[in-house]
Design a protein around this ligand. Structure first.
Ligand SMILES: [Fe+2]
Length: 285
C-alpha cells in the first residue's frame, strides 16, 4: 500500500506571503506533483499546521487546493491551527466524543490512528486524560491489528533545542499505551520541518520537511528558532505486512535525471552531456 505524507503546509489567506514564500503556491505544486507522479497512492495524510494563523480563509484555501488532489485526504491539526475554525471548514473530518480531531482509518495494512496533540494557544503539544482515554479504547479495540500512529508533535527530543522546547509534553502515558498494544509499527509526525528518521521506545518514527519553509539544522540550544529555505518535500510511504519505507519527494527539484549505468553519464563533464534515461524512469519533469 502506498500513501502520501504531507506536513506543515502553514497556509495563510490568499495573496499573503509567509517567510518570503507563498504557502498556497507551494502546496498547489506539491499536489500537482502527487497527482502526476504518485497518483497511485491510496490517500494522503497531512499532519498539522495546516494553517499559520488558524484563520478560516486559510482553511478555505486549503479546501480549494485539496479539491485538486486525485485521492482522498485525511487531516490532523497542529499548534498553528485553530480546532474550531478547522472544524467549521472541514466538518466531515471525524472527531472523538470530546470534540478532539482524533479518529482511526482502517486500511488493508492496518489501522491508521490520528491524534490531536494541540494545546490551545500553546506551541508545545500534549494529550490530556480525555485524549489518552480515547487512544486507550482504540488501541484495546485494535489489539492484534498493526497500528500506524500519526500526530503533529514528536513525543521525544530531536536535538534541535527550539523544537525540543515545544515537543509533546508528558509522553509517558502515550508510550505506555503503545507498548501495551505491542504492534505499533511506525510513528509519523510533523512540527519539525526537517527530514528525520529514528525511533522512540523501539518504535520507528519519521518526519519530513514542510511544504513552505523549513527549520535550519542547528543542534543544541538556540537563541531563536532558525528558519530556512531548504527544499520542501512530501513523503511517499510504502507499507506491506513486513516493511515500512518512507521516501522524500522534493517536489521543486528540477535537477537532471540520467542513466546512471551508461558510460556517457559516468564520463559526463556537465549535466547536458548526461545520457537520458528511459521515459518511464525520468521521475519528476
Ligand atoms: Fe509547523
Amino acid at each position: 500500500m502506498k500513501f502520501v505524507h504531507i506536513t506543515d503546509t502553514h497556509l495563510v489567506p490568499p495573496g499573503e506571503p509567509l517567510c518570503g514564500l507563498e504557502p498556497s503556491a507551494r502546496l498547489a505544486k506539491a499536489i500537482e506533483t502527487v497527482n502526476r507522479i504518485d497518483g497511485d497512492a491510496a490517500f494522503a495524510v497531512i499532519t498539522g499546521d495546516l494553517s499559520y494563523h488558524g484563520m478560516e480563509p486559510a482553511y478555505r484555501t486549503l479546501r480549494d487546493i485539496l479539491g485538486d488532489l486525485a485521492m482522498p485526504h485525511h487531516l490532523l491539526i497542529g499548534n498553528h491551527d485553530d480546532r474550531e475554525s478547522f472544524k467549521r471548514i472541514f466538518p466531515e473530518t471525524p472527531v472523538d466524543e470530546n470534540g478532539f480531531v482524533q479518529y482511526t482509518l482502517e486500511t488493508n495494512v492496518g489501522a491508521f490512528v490520528m491524534l490531536d496533540s494541540v494545546v490551545d494557544g500553546q506551541s508545545h503539544g500534549a494529550l490530556c486524560d480525555n485524549r489518552i482515554a480515547w487512544l486507550d479504547g482504540e488501541l484495546s479495540r485494535l489489539k492484534g491489528t498493526p497500528v500506524y500512529l500519526f500526530l503533529h508533535h514528536p513525543p521525544f527530543d530531536v536535538g534541535i533545542g527550539s523544537l525540543d522546547d515545544c515537543k509533546l509534553e508528558v509522553p509517558e502515558a502515550l508510550g505506555q499505551l503503545l507498548a501495551n498494544h505491542g504492534d505499533v509499527r511506525h510513528l509519523f509526525y510533523g512540527h519539525v520541518h526537517r527530514p528525520i528518521a529514528g525511533s522512540w521506545r523501539g518504535i520507528p518514527a519519521t518526519t519530513l520537511p514542510g511544504t513552505n519553509h523549513q527549520v535550519g539544522l542547528y543542534l543544541g540550544a538556540e537563541p531563536t528558532m532558525l528558519g530556512s529555505h531548504e527544499p520542501p518535500a512530501y513523503g511517499v510511504c510504502l507499507i506491506d505486512d513486513e516493511t515500512v519505507a518512507v521516501h522524500m519527494r522534493y517536489f521543486l527539484d528540477e535537477s537532471a535525471r540520467f542513466d546512471l549505468g551508461s558510460p556517457q553519464s559516468k564520463s559526463a563533464a556537465s549535466p547536458d552531456q548526461l545520457a537520458q534515461p528511459p521515459v518511464s524512469m525520468q521521475g519528476q519533469a
